[in-house]
Design a protein around this ligand. Structure first.
Ligand code: ITT
Length: 196
């Protein structure tokens, strides 16, 4: 049974990624969490590059298959910031949200996009699969809701009239950037399993 290491240290992501990977048709992959001490520097210039870097380095270090997600929030009025730096925009989740709201003060264009790139690496570190998903929304003027993680309380999805943090986890699962990236990935992961 092949082991698939989930190469993230973000507990919110772990929970969401595991939910996609518990599809019964993927049950033959044995999921394992990345050891906390294995930290990969994100030196890429795109979400796809960083996802590949994380998956590849974790796979090589452990000699197992690995899956990584690199994601972030791109805000139009801020020229795409915080973007690749979403996790490093400030030191805590609350501070990151407060910084974003401060930068957006007085802005009438509230359009934003959550982007998620996923990469799966073979035990030798070469990349086997890559997908990307984008979810469009708007930045609210104050946080709403208590679900999800990260920037979820300020990311409003007009089609559902809720922030990611107000949605049931099952709805975020289906429509989010991560959901769209996994919808593209899962059939490919099943095919890969059949061929290993
Ligand atoms: P790993 O690299 O260990 O996976 P990380 O938190 O450093 O964890 P990223 O570099 O991909 O991950 O940064 C993504 C950041 O973007 C994350 O910390 C959140 O602040 C934000 N983010 C990504 N997906 C999100 C989501 O679904 N909801 C809210 N915020 C999200």
């Amino acid at each position: 049974m092949p082991i698939l290491v989930v190469a993230t240290g973000n507990p919110g992501k772990v929970q969401e990624m595991q939910a996609y990977l518990t599809d019964p048709e993927l049950a033959a992959w044995q999921l394992q969490l990345k050891p906390a001490e294995l930290d990969i520097e994100e030196t890429g210039t795109t979400f796809l590059e960083n996802a590949a870097l994380k998956a590849s380095q974790v796979a090589q270090a452990l000699g197992e298959w690995a899956i990584a997600d690199d994601s972030g929030l791109a805000v139009d009025a801020l020229n795409g910031a915080p973007g690749l730096y979403s996790a490093r925009y400030a030191s805590t989740t609350e501070a990151r949200i407060q910084r974003l709201l401060a930068e957006m003060q007085g802005q009438s264009n509230r359009q934003a996009h959550f982007i998620c790139a996923i990469a799966v690496a073979r035990p030798d570190g070469t990349i086997a699969l890559q997908t990307e998903g984008i979810c469009d929304g708007e930045i609210l003027e104050e946080p709403r809701g208590s679900g999800g993680f990260g920037y979820d309380p300020v990311f409003y999805v007009p089609a559902h009239q809720m922030t990611f943090a107000e949605m049931p986890a099952s709805l975020k699962h289906d429509i989010s950037h991560r959901g769209l990236a996994f919808q593209a990935l899962v059939p490919q992961l099943k095919a890969l399993l059949a061929s290993t």
